[in-house]
Ligand binder design. Sequence first.
Ligand code: S3P
Length: 439
Amino acid sequence: MSLTSRKLHGLNGDCTVPGDKSISHRALMLGGLASGKTRITGLLEAEDVLNTLKAMQAVGAQAEKQGEEWHLVGTGNGVLLAPENDLDFGNSGTGCRLCMGLFGAYDFPTRFIGDASLSSRPMERILAPLKRMGVQVDEMQEGDRLPITLRGPWQTAPIEYRVPVPSAQVKSAVLLAGLNTPGITRVIEPHLTRDHTEKMLAGFGAEIGVETGKSGERRISLVGQGKLTGQDVIVPADPSSAAFPMVAALIVPESEITLKNILLNPARTGLITTLLEMGGNIEISNQRNSGGEEIGDLVVSSSELKGIEVPAERAASMIDEFPVLSVAAAFADGKTMMKGIGELRVKESDRLDAVARGLEINGVECRDGNDWLEVTGRPDGKGIGGGRVATQLDHRIAMSFLVMGMASEKPASVDDGSIINTSFPGFTELMNGLGAEIG
Ligand code: S3P
């Protein structure tokens, strides 16, 4: 299903984007594992997350929707059941990789499969620490790709693991494997990546501690085989989804929108920091704590953006937001340089390449290297647009270029809009409700 987006004269109104994807996955995993009842409000009901729900049901969790809430009854830590069929994670790296840690530490075989995008993503980063814990890789495709079958030993061994790439998925997979491992599993990350796993594990009663060194290095220690108890979880709105209406309101003249209840965890707010530095009119109000996470409302209005250099140290706190930042940069005055973004090459697509090629076919000047991208903007949008972007099964590529079309002189199209449902069901309706013309 191809979609096209055309130039507008203003986006206006209030909106609430769907629940945070990272928190939704984790709430289902821990709720499905913990003893007793977990109630989840605001769960993201997108394909990625629903695949995690099915996986948790396949290993023994009970789940049902009651009104707006999801109710889960977990198996109890250490007592997951062997799944009878292959577990299909669709497009989701997070669902698949975290469950590899969680299920891999059990003495039964689990076969992990996914769509063409997920089946082309490297899994060695997860398998390496799991193998050190004693997990067998019974099946794997060339280049450490899915389908993969894992089988835990009678008992996994605790490890101390220094995460070699900035990845919350790797960190989380090791910690989740540590749940069914005797002794202390320790993960060291040189710099903060999203910390929802650590926070939620503590919330469910796990014995977990985090020490942060002077350089920002974090040592996370988890005592395995403890009891987890069901909790009430409130999922805030996803800042990575809010990024699309946010950038749209900045680049479309005569816009002012309010985005409600957005997660403002500092490990996730790099895009807001960057857009503020670029001169974006973004006001944060009603800042408060909800279920252990900072949240707030954002009022965003049309802005004259200027190009900046985004420091490499900030990359982890906005790793999913570079495609849409590149679109903002296309309408900024001057050049925007993004450094230290090599991890974009192993996302749902090679995002660095997908963004650069998408900008080029829409008439935006850019240069790219192995781990950097530089975009030269045109504040009036003149000459931009007219291209049809290959989304390559990547939801964020699809949404980013539809945002571009809202401010570019010529309309912008994407070849496959259906992939947006993996993370942001209702994207088109929400944007059109604010005044967009996507169709
Ligand atoms: C996620 C971690 C990030 C991010 C992904 C969600 C998570 O991946 O890109 O969308 O929920 O842990 P990496 O761990 O590969 O950086």
